[in-house]
Design a protein around this ligand. Sequence first.
Ligand code: AMP
Ligand code: GLY
Length: 416
Amino acid sequence: MKILVVGSGGREHAIIWKLRQNPKITEIHCAPGNGGIADMAECVPIKATDIPALVDYAEQQRFGLVVVAPDDPLYMGLVDALQQKGIRAFGPTAAGARLEGSKVYAKHLMKKYGIPTARYEVFSHYDAACAYVKTCPMPTVVKADGLALGKGVIICQTVKEAQAALDDIMQKRVFGDAGSRVVIEEYMTGPEVSVLAFCDGKTILPMASAQDHKRAYDNDQGPNTGGMGAFSPSPKYTDAVRAEVEEKIIRRTLDALKREGEEFKGVLYFGLMLTGDGPKVLEYNARFGDPEAQAVLPRMKNDLLDMMDAVIDGRLHEVTLEWDERSAVCVVLASGGYPGSYPKGLPISGLEQVKDAIVFHAGTARQTGGYVTAGGRVLGVTAMGKDIAEARLKAYSEAEKISFEGMHYRRDIGVK
Ligand code: AMP
Ligand code: GLY
């Protein structure tokens, strides 16, 4: 069988690495892929958001399955467009992807069905939003409604900051139409946990928990990033927390979607905060998280193609997920300057010395003589160990073998 994976980051590399373990898969293509992915898949230079070109390519190549990994093409309706041509696709339709693509939609759904989340108000007029923030306790959280490359959430310490955020989002439209509406919500505190779940519209199967590290520097300092590392499982996600999350959040979300007539098929990601008042939803994503996928997939014993088939064919009720008991830690190696601007094309050395970890490529390109940097997040180094501490030691001792000019990474992944 021939498969196309859409996307180009560490998550897509992890998905392809995992799919490769299935001997039925004879050929994997990736659009557009990256330097490391090119070692295990045929990379084609089609952008993940070029829906017509992807559909044409899929038709022409007769893929048995197209896996759509990133948020934008899902929200733009790539899965719908593939299905219309009779091409089998993994991922939610555009309607399903609204859980991630519209924070207003997600918040209203949670409120309507009693799914615990931060209290909020929605505004489509700048003046009304500005007036409202004057009445909010600080800090408060301002969120652009739509997709904003992970940058649409602004935590504001003062009314002035909140008004500046509203000005950026609603007036200056720094995130484009994503800022035509905003959610202003209560600031919550507590540890964060990511729970990804396979969902076939009728059954939802949560995967092992994980934790992301969004800030650029140690001790959660510095600007937000796409994610500087992850580990799985999260020790904070105890059996008691899990039971509460499964009952009040995961099952309720599935019921809510069913009652709304929404058949969500794909991976549903619950971004949770464990507050003093119980676990609450920070956000939904309609896909595998990145870097969470790089820590979770290496622990999954089930075959990934079987899981995707079970989702598409509505057979998840027949499946039990099984996990490697060991823990996984993924350390992201980033370009100097990331998450701001950074240089590209710098040679990467030491990759061949890594023995006891998997190196997922996030932003690399292949050149004669080796790999060069080609993105902000360059590599994800995932190691396994009997516990988080052991996995962390291994991940760092392997990561230290790799270098490129300006490389930086957090030293505290999995410490907390
Ligand atoms: P999101 O893109 O919605 O996950 O938001 C990015 C990050 O902002 C989250 O991982 C949290 O750390 C933080 N955040 C979002 N919403 C809130 C909130 N209501 N209270 C506190 N922190 C939040
Ligand atoms: N790691 C968070 C995300 O994938 O959005």
